[in-house]
Design a protein around this ligand. Structure first.
Ligand code: SF4
Length: 393
């Protein structure tokens, strides 16, 4: 049932249960909240708490320390008292896979639920693809995550925790500005980040904090399938690069591939892109376009894509993604010749449209292939679930 308000209601069946040991995880909390907790626990007065929170912050986000005993500039009694009240947590690693192309995928668990993150190393960068939800309320039809129900939003701690875990795994502590392997973050894992806005915002603020993980906002990209009412707020309050899952240029096809289009159509979406704070020719908006054979890959589609992006005068680049198949998928990938021709037309229209090389397909880590359980469903069950989700918006 629709609920009045600017933001869509998102069914979130379960919230994260408190830790069974009663300890509070400090990861994902702003410095001021850490100071408040120290004061509340009687571990410091207000003034000291501020200073201690800065020291603890540095140990957590600069040095990657997870054991209070290692925080050597704090007194021993304070370290022991901290361990009685708090933890510096990490998601549990359930499985880790490495692709033949070097892509790594982790199946993670926290609060009893599982989600995935992927690290994609390149010659000049290393990109971590981070999840924002367990499952997803949307059901983009080319996406395996879309076949899952939404279990819950990930907390800021679980979102930052993915970055921390990747740093652990890559041996990137202490934090250093030069020579990092993990240089970029994309919020393109499981879930729609703008349906978990506050937690994503709070997590990315910590990731961008110059006294800690210190990733520049220019190296972070948030991807949305087009939650129009939240886009301006995302630009104003987070300010990272924007990627939009466009995938089609006509109402008919986009309604099918990205059903959220029935709610926020292409024109409304592109208008919101034109209004996105901070987008300019130096920080272009990326339009993701999955190439589906005989569905959205014609010459006419390519010309229409150019026309639409120019009509809104968007500082745009297009990423063409050959479809990454999964069992039960409705689509096939376009031929390499078709993808190249599509790319050439868009380039000739004056818009950069590189073809993304599929990464991690052999470990099901490529775009649209993330799913946290191996449940097998029939076509009828997949269709039923998709219809159920659309009815809930
Ligand atoms: S593409 Fe993103 S928003 Fe769409 S179903 Fe998959 S995870 Fe959800």
């Amino acid at each position: 049932m629709p609920i009045a308000g600017a933001v869509d209601p998102v069914p979130v069946p379960r919230t994260l249960a408190p830790r069974p040991d009663g300890l509070k995880d400090l990861v994902g909390l702003p410095r001021a909240a850490i100071a408040d907790l120290l004061a509340e626990a009687g571990l410091a007065d207000a003034k000291q708490a501020k200073m201690r929170s800065r020291q603890i912050w540095s140990w957590i986000y600069n040095r990657g320390v997870t054991d209070f005993a290692g925080m050597s500039d704090l007194s021993k009694p304070l370290r022991e008292a901290l361990a009685d009240h708090f933890v510096v947590g990490r998601p549990e690693v359930v499985e880790a896979h490495v692709s033949i192309d070097g892509t790594r995928k982790w199946l993670l668990r926290s609060g009893g639920e599982e989600y995935e993150m992927v690290f994609i190393p390149d010659a000049d960068r290393g990109t971590l693809c981070v999840s924002s939800q367990v499952g997803c309320t949307l059901n983009c039809r080319f996406c395996l995550t879309g076949t899952m129900k939404l279990v819950r939003n990930l907390t800021a701690s679980e979102i930052v925790g993915q970055v921390m875990l990747a740093r652990d795994s890559l041996g990137e502590w202490p934090s250093q500005p030069e020579g990092r392997l993990l240089t970029n973050i994309v919020m393109m894992g499981m879930g729609e980040p703008l349906y978990n806005f506050e937690n994503v915002r709070d997590a990315l603020k910590i990731v961008m904090d110059g006294d800690g993980l210190a990733l520049s906002k220019r190296r972070i990209t948030l991807s949305t399938s087009g939650v129009v009412p939240m886009m301006e707020r995302a630009g104003a309050e987070i300010g990272v690069n924007l990627a939009v899952s466009l995938h089609a240029v006509t109402k008919e096809i986009r309604d099918e591939i990205v059903p959220l289009n029935k709610k926020y159509g292409i024109d409304e979406l592109l208008k919101a892109c034109a209004d996105y704070p901070g987008a300019n020719n130096a920080r272009r908006i990326t339009f993701e376009y999955v190439m589906l054979k005989d569905k959205n890959d014609s010459d006419e589609d390519a010309h229409e894509l150019v026309r639409l992006l120019k009509r809104y005068d968007l500082p745009a680049k297009v990423n063409l993604i050959p479809f990454n198949p999964w069992p039960g998928a409705l689509y096939e990938t376009s031929t390499p010749e078709r993808v190249q021709r599509f790319s050439d037309i868009v380039f000739r229209g004056g818009i950069s449209a590189p073809v993304r090389r599929p990464r991690g397909r052999d470990i099901m880590a490529a775009c649209g292939q993330l799913k946290s359980s191996s449940e097998k469903m029939s076509r009828a069950e997949l269709d039923r679930r998709a219809a159920e989700k659309e009815a809930s918006w």
